[in-house]
Every structure is written in structure tokens, then in C-alpha cells.
Design a binder for this molecule. Structure first.
Ligand SMILES: CC(=O)N[C@H]1[C@@H](OP(=O)(O)OP(=O)(O)OC[C@H]2O[C@@H](n3ccc(=O)[nH]c3=O)[C@H](O)[C@@H]2O)O[C@H](CO)[C@@H](O)[C@@H]1O
Ligand SMILES: C=C(OP(=O)(O)O)C(=O)O
Length: 424
């Protein structure tokens, strides 16, 4: 038996009410990888139930970590963990599986993992991760699609990243925790998830400072123990709900948000005519008919996040203005354009720039989620389209949104999950 899941939406219902944001996927994944370095029990709360989290937990269990997960609280004890080959299948299922490289190398001095490969948004090489580890004394070989990386105890080093890569910053920060001496990472990524990782590592006894700035310093320690940590709210899920309120001309209060983390989205929605009211840890978004075309360019934090580009494009597809969207982070992150066109959007691509000419309305169609955020953009388009929309290949969406269909239903969306079972 095999099944095919899809999401069906009847558009045209303004969203209203309150929605709570889950813990951040991009914060919890490096935190789970980091827990492999701890000798002791780690208690992590606000862990979202996502496919990517489940895959990472499978990786941890296969490496001998004890994992207990109950209602958003995870207890992980990796005291008895060992280094082992990580199956190509697990590596393929989740890009962020490459985040175990730094922790395993640092603790066990040897690691073998298959290349996580590219994905539909770009080739996603790991050269910056490996170059940084080489600076710390690691040697690596790439054979038959596997990386074999080895080191004596890693040595602190002065590392300048050519680009503020999120994953490379995280891998090097984690590797440096158990290294001998001090590591300095310059031109580091400044995303909020990097600060969350620093807080987790320090709760385990690491000595990391500077996360959120260009330069991060890590004084190596000989061992990490257990600790407690609450994962920060997911700024991309929050941004997606902000656009959901705007695109349906609804009125939604979004709780468990750090407003500063979604500031780039807030600024662009306001520029486009949406009302956004900030509270301490909540945001209220009120959509209006007065939509303006805007220009936006994806940039490393605190610039506009690439992970919100597709959702904003769906929003800007409707209205009177023309918008210009430049994607500077990933070379192939416009796959949603063809699908939005199927729904009547008027979008022209010129290399890494999309020119979006607003249309009065979109019409429902059968469309395909080509990646995680492309999928959420199509759901947003479906929420305001005339007639019904069916979004297929939703396993991409389930990688990064916890209970998306339920949360949208509670806000008044006419949306349901459908499963067709085929017998073979
Ligand atoms: C699990 C997680 O946190 N994923 C996020 C993380 O991905 P990820 O950590 O993979 O993103 P990076 O910041 O590393 O990648 C950004 C750019 O740098 C390039 N690059 C990266 C590393 C390297 O060694 N060489 C290289 O050329 C990539 O191909 C890409 O073009 O940050 C991205 C950029 O904000 C987000 O879209 C992803 O949601
Ligand atoms: C690209 C994303 O994630 P990942 O790096 O896990 O593929 C994303 O969250 O939009």
C-alpha cells in the first residue's frame, strides 16, 4: 500500500483569531546535533513535531543516544553515544543532518557521513564547514559520496568565513566547544538561531560569546554536561502566518513571537500597506485592500530572510502594484513561480530577479510543493484564490510546519488534509 497526501483549500475566507507559534525548526536542529557532545541529560522544551526533527532524532538514536519525547519536551542523553557511519538515506532525508559533523568530530575525533547533497533550492556545498574544520586541524577525504573526517583533539583557530553561512557558523561553533584553546569565527552568521545555539551550548558548560554579532569567540573546555533549554519561537512560521493574515485581508493575533526577529517581514508588509501592531511577545496583523508593489532582496539576517521569499511573492502577486524580488542567497529558489503562474499570477523571471505584476485575483489550481517554503506559499495563494486549490507533494511542508492545517482551520480557513491510499 502506498499513500499520497495533499492539502485542499477553498479560498476566500478572511482569517481571524489567535495562533500560537511553535519552537523554531532551524534552532532546534543544531541544538539536537549539539546534544551529541553532552555527557548528561539535556531537557529541551518547545520542540516542534516536524519530520526534520524526527529524522534528526533517528540519527541521534542510531548513534546510541537515549531519546525520550513527550508533548514538546525532549530529554536526550548522549553519554553512551558513539561515532558511527550515518546512513546515506538519513542524510538525504534532511539537509540539516550535516550539523552532526562538528559535534561528532569534536567529541569522537572521527566521523563518516554521506554528502547531504543539493536540494531543489540550490547546490548547497559544505566547503566553508570543511575549510573551517581544516583550520582547526581536521583532515578529510571525500570518497564514493562520503566524507571521512578525522582529527587529533581539534585546535582553536582564527577562522574567517567567506560568506556568513548559518550551517558553517553552527558546525564550527559546536566543534570549537571541545577544542583546545580559543576559536574565533569572523564574518559569522548573525541569525537568532545562532544565539539560541550559543545559549544551549553555554547551558551545557561551553564558553561561547558573541553570537548575534560578526565575531564569535569560543574557549574550548574538556567536557560538556547536561542542561536545560527552551527553543525560541519559529520566526519563519510567524512570518508565514503574518502573510496569511495579510493575503486574506484578515485580522490575526500571533503569539509566542519575538517581534524583533520578524522585523524584516514587518517592515515589508507595512510598506505594502498591511497594518502590523507589535506587542511584547505577540503581533497583530490586519490585512487591507490598499496593497502597494514593493522591492525586496533576500539577505543574511537582519536582512529579509530567503525562507520568507516565496510567501511574500504569493502575497505580492495580488494587487495593483508591481514588485521586484531579488533572491541573493540560493541560486534556484524560484520553483514556486511556475506554480503561482498556474494560479494566474503574472511573474517574469530575469535570472535571480522576479518581477511580479499584481493581478486582481488568483484562481485555484492543482499545484505542487517543490520545496518547504514554496509549499507554504502555495497554501497562502490558495487561501485567497477563487475556487479550490490542491497542493500536492506536501511532505516538503511537513518538514517545517507543525500542524499547519489545524492552525489555519482554527483561524477560519476552509482547508483539509486528504490522503489517497493506493494498493500495489
Ligand atoms: C536548518 C537551517 O538552519 N536551514 C537554514 C540555513 O541553511 P544553511 O545553513 O544550509 O544555509 P547557509 O547560510 O549555509 O547557506 C547560504 C548560502 O551559502 C552557500 N554555502 C553555504 C555553506 C558552504 O559551505 N558553502 C556555500 O557556498 C549556500 O550554498 C547558500 O547559497 O540557512 C539558510 C539561509 O538563511 C536558510 O534558508 C535555511 O532555512
Ligand atoms: C531551506 C530551509 O530549510 P533546510 O535548510 O532545512 O533545507 C527552510 O527552512 O526554508
Amino acid at each position: 500500500m502506498s499513500g499520497e497526501r495533499r492539502i485542499c483549500i477553498e479560498g476566500g475566507h478572511p482569517l481571524a483569531g489567535t495562533v500560537r507559534i511553535s519552537g523554531a525548526k532551524n534552532a532546534v536542529l543544531p541544538i539536537l546535533a549539539a546534544s551529541l557532545m553532552a555527557k548528561g541529560s539535556c531537557r529541551i522544551t518547545d520542540v516542534p513535531n516536524l519530520t526534520d526533527v524526527r529524522v534528526m532524532l533517528e540519527v541521534l538514536s542510531n548513534l546510541g543516544a537515549q531519546v525520550h519525547w513527550d508533548e514538546g519536551t525532549l530529554v536526550i542523553d548522549a553519554t553512551e553515544a558513539r561515532t558511527d557511519e550515518i546512513s546515506a538515506d538519513l542524510m538525504r532525508r534532511m539537509r540539516a543532518s550535516n550539523l552532526v559533523l562538528g559535534p561528532l568530530l569534536s567529541r569522537f575525533r572521527r566521523v563518516k557521513l554521506s554528502h547531504p547533497g543539493g536540494c531543489s533550492i540550490g547546490s548547497r556545498p559544505m566547503d566553508l564547514h570543511l575549510k573551517g574544520l581544516q583550520n582547526m586541524g581536521a583532515r578529510f577525504e571525500e570518497r564514493f559520496g562520503y566524507f571521512e573526517v578525522e582529527a587529533e583533539r581539534l585546535q582553536g583557530a582564527d577562522i574567517h568565513l567567506d560568506f556568513p553561512s548559518v550551517g558553517a557558523t553552527e558546525n564550527l561553533m559546536m566543534a570549537a566547544c571541545l577544542a583546545k584553546g580559543t576559536t574565533v569565527i569572523r564574518n559569522a552568521a548573525k541569525e537568532p538561531e545562532i544565539i539560541d545555539l550559543q545559549n544551549f551550548l553555554n547551558a551545557l558548560g561551553a564558553r561561547v560569546r558573541g553570537a548575534g554579532l560578526d565575531v564569535i569567540r569560543i574557549d574550548g573546555v574538556s567536557e560538556l554536561g547536561g542542561g536545560k533549554h527552551q527553543v525560541i519561537p519559529d520566526r519563519i512560521e510567524a512570518g508565514t502566518f503574518m502573510v496569511a493574515a495579510a493575503i486574506t485581508e484578515g485580522d490575526v493575533r500571533i503569539t509566542n513571537v519575538i517581534p524583533e526577529h520578524v522585523e524584516p517581514v514587518t517592515a515589508k508588509l507595512r510598506e505594502a500597506g498591511v497594518i502590523v501592531q507589535e506587542e511584547n511577545d505577540a503581533i497583530r496583523v490586519i490585512g487591507t485592500k490598499e496593497r502597494q508593489g514593493i522591492d525586496l532582496k533576500t539577505m543574511p539576517y537582519p536582512g529579509f530572510p530567503t525562507d520568507m521569499q516565496a510567501q511574500m511573492m504569493a502575497f505580492l502577486s495580488i494587487g495593483q502594484g508591481t514588485s521586484v524580488i531579488s533572491e541573493t542567497i540560493f541560486e534556484n529558489r524560484f520553483k514556486h513561480v511556475d506554480e503561482l503562474r498556474r494560479m494566474g499570477a503574472n511573474i517574469r523571471l530575469e535570472g535571480r530577479v522576479a518581477i511580479v505584476k499584481g493581478v486582481p485575483s488568483l484562481s485555484g489550481a492543482v499545484v505542487e510543493a517543490t520545496d518547504l517554503r514554496a509549499g507554504s506559499a502555495l497554501i497562502l495563494a490558495g487561501l485567497c484564490a477563487e475556487n479550490g486549490t490542491t497542493v500536492e507533494r506536501i511532505h516538503h511542508i511537513e518538514r517545517g510546519y507543525e500542524r499547519l492545517v489545524d492552525k489555519l482551520s482554527i483561524l477560519g480557513a476552509q482547508i483539509r488534509l486528504e490522503e489517497t491510499i493506493f494498493s500495489q
